[in-house]
Design a protein around this ligand. Structure first.
Ligand SMILES: [Mg+2]
Length: 270
């Protein structure tokens, strides 16, 4: 698969995962080869709003599914949250509603897990073991003045069995108690793209964002001044381009087509 001329314009690549490299647990045909072709042109990071895993955990899952990736190439929202808090507020005492990705990345960044009563920050993400008791603990912490960071507010999460409640369901439960998040770091927040670019060591103008959701992947990257490639192998459709007015730099049926320079004319204004 020879590298395509259009991709030579960029020094690195930020990729969404679901809808770009795979759906559920099934990698798309040619995804691993396309990833290898991108790496030959520049560094690659995979930016995902999924907070359930750390970089290491997310890489291990993709490796099990047959996509060879390194932990340093992953930028899950658990990592984005940990880096953001360190950058903006220094080492924090935190408690969380979420899965193992949050405490793992928070500890690696130098933050300290405490009881909810001692926490300065409550960090929230998708939590498949959410209980009423945990919500009550979070409420007590928030009433005592803890600040609230949401890793993402994706309403749902795609699995092989269909959609399941996402990070937005947990955020919504806290909002329903009167506590909206002070900050949401996942896409389309600029924070997510900033941390991805920091990981690549590139400026917004040097990197291309490749994603399947217009409102998050494409609009979020454009707000930072990045060029974007919209692939039609996921959620958003060509009709959504007209409906939303979000115009990607490039549009391709899927990632292998993009890498082979097989673009669609609609939406390709580069
Ligand atoms: Mg996606």
């Amino acid at each position: 698969m020879p590298p395509a001329p259009l991709l030579h314009r960029y020094r690195g690549f930020v990729l969404d995962i679901d809808g770009v490299l795979l759906r559920g647990r099934t990698p798309f045909p040619g995804a691993a080869e396309a990833l290898a072709a991108l790496r030959a042109l520049g560094p690659v990071v995979l930016l995902t709003n999924n907070s359930t895993k750390s970089r290491r955990g997310a890489a291990a899952r993709l490796q099990e599914l047959g996509l060879p990736v390194r932990a340093e190439e992953l930028v899950p929202s658990s990592f984005v949250a940990a880096r953001y808090l360190l950058r903006e507020h220094g080492p924090a005492r935190f408690w969380y509603l979420g899965e193992e990705g949050i405490p793992e990345e928070m500890a690696l960044a130098g933050h300290t897990l405490t009881d909810p009563g001692q926490a300065d920050w409550i960090v929230v993400g998708m939590d498949r073991r959410l209980t009423y008791a945990k919500l009550a603990q979070a409420l007590q912490a928030l009433l005592r003045g803890a600040r609230l960071l949401a890793t993402n507010r994706d309403p749902t999460y795609p699995t092989e069995e269909g959609l399941v409640p996402g990070g937005g369901a947990v955020v919504g439960a806290l909002e329903g108690m009167g506590f909206p998040p002070e900050v949401v770091v996942g896409k389309p927040s600029p924070v997510a793209f900033q941390i991805a670019l920091e990981t690549l060591g590139l400026s917004p103008q040097e990197a291309l964002m490749i994603g399947d959701r217009l409102e998050t992947d494409i609009a979020g990257a454009q707000a930072l001044g990045m060029d974007t490639a919209f692939v039609l192998s996921g959620i958003s459709t060509l009709a959504d381009v007209g409906r939303t007015g979000i115009r990607p730099t490039w549009t391709a049926p899927d990632l292998p087509s993009l890498v082979q320079d097989e673009l669609l004319r609609e939406g390709s204004c580069g």
